[in-house]
Every structure is written in C-alpha cells, then in structure tokens.
Design a protein around this ligand. Sequence first.
Ligand SMILES: [Zn+2]
Ligand SMILES: [Zn+2]
Length: 302
Amino acid sequence: MPLSVTFLGTGGSVPNKFRNLPSVLVRRGPELLLFDCGEGTQKQFLQAKAGTNRKMRIFISHLHGDHMFGLPGMMHSLSFMGRTRELEIIGPRGIVQFVRSVNRTVRLYSRFPILVREVSAGQVVNDPEYEVRAAWGKHGIPCLAYAFQEKPKSGKFDPVKARRLGIPEGPLWKRLQNSPAITFKGRRILSRSVVGPPRRGSKLTYAVDTRPCQEVTKLATGSDLLIHDSCFDESAASKAREYGHSTASEAASVAKKGKVRELALFHISAMYEDPTPLLKEARRVFPHTILCKDMETVQIAP
Ligand SMILES: [Zn+2]
Ligand SMILES: [Zn+2]
C-alpha cells in the first residue's frame, strides 16, 4: 500500500522561523503513524488534515524535550477535537512515567484511552499487515530508531491462466491463492502456475539523534525511504560528534551502505537558515537525497 509521509517538523533542538521540532506523519490507508512529537506538533498535525479519530500510533525516539514535549499538547488537542479511539504511544523507558505525570498534574479532559508502552530493540509492533522494529542509535541518552515494514503480500492471481486450466471461478481460486497446490478432477495444480511471486511491501526507517552506526544501518537496509539525523554540515563535524548527531554526509554514508532508495535529511540545526550546503554534501555521497520543508509530503511505494 502506498505510504504518504508528511514532514510536520524537520528542525532539531530548538525551532527557528523555517522549521518546527521533529515529527513525521505517515498515512497508510485510514491509519496514522507519527514518529516523534516535538513541541507544537499538534498545530502542524491539524494543518495536515490527517483526521483526529483514526487508528493512530505515536513512536517516540527518546526522552529529549524536542522529541516529546508536543505529546501533552497533542493529547489535549485530540481530546478537544472529539477523539474517542484509543491512542497508542510507544517509546523507550521513561515514556510511561512522563505520560502518567502529565495526566496526574494537568486536567487533560481526555475522552479517549491512552495505551503507553515502553519498548527496546527488536520487534515493537506486529500488525497483520506490517511490523515495526526498533534499534538503538548512538546518542547521549537511550534513543530508538524505528523501521516500519509492510509484510510481503501474496502474488497477483491471473484469472485468464486459471480459466485456461479449466478451474471454475469460486472457492477453488481462493484455495489456489492461499495454498501451494490443489487437486482438481484428479489433477494437481500448483499455485505458482496461476499466482505471481509475492510482492514486497514498503519500508521506511526513522533514525534521529544518532551518530552513524551499524545498528541503524542494519535496521535501515533496503528502505524505500530513510529519514536520518543530519543536524550539521561537515564544518561542524566536531559538534556532531560531541552532541551525538550526524552530519549530512554521514547520513548519506548510512543511506549508501544500507542500499536505501531515498534519503531525507532531517533534524536540521536551527543555525542553518539556508540548508543548501547540507544537501550538496549529502548528494556527493548519495545522490538520491532530499531535504524537505515543513509540511511537505512525499509518497513512497514499493
Ligand atoms: Zn533532537
Ligand atoms: Zn536528543
């Protein structure tokens, strides 16, 4: 299924007049996934007209304020906008205490249940149609990178071939799609004679506030889109090392090693009013690099 990815906030640490704090909205059919929720995210979210009562999961990378101070505002706004469905919030250790503290100290008037889960590296969501896996990045505090991956879909059924083999339309077609072979009028008919090869789904990796590292590269391998920390340009490489971030060209090296299809530079430091040098540096290493403005949307399909 095609994914629509809207960059609600592409800045980092502090906002500037061009970039909000980190948050990425992924729309998959009627479902929403939100990666990080920096301060002010609810305004961008409402502007994106994503719908306030859809199935929704929020993934928090780590407990630095620029990635999760938007949660109280988001919960408050969703409640005022009439949400009634459960909201799932997933993050590293400490996220449960944070959400509980907010609920204890502020009257949120929440009309919907909130499920908060603390997770670690490994599979963190196993949905019938997709999974989300996490890996530890390299930052000053525990920070999770997330990879969303659709499960492979069964191959395309070819009705012309099925009719040519004399198989009548109906339950036999379904059986052929779902099992390796069927027996029909004494004949053994292989599924692969009428069903194409399995179709791969889309993969998206979100890795912020991290030095380039093997764990993230492994997690991101084969992604259609990698959203990677690119806080600085090469002239500020020492700052990237000191604060546990990446330069644009380091992000590009991860994209190259992980053989991803496209790289989106993200978590751009507020010191860059014009981030063109970051894009140029990254494209020298990995040409398929983009740098989105806030509220820009990209579509990805397998
Ligand atoms: Zn940050
Ligand atoms: Zn951080």
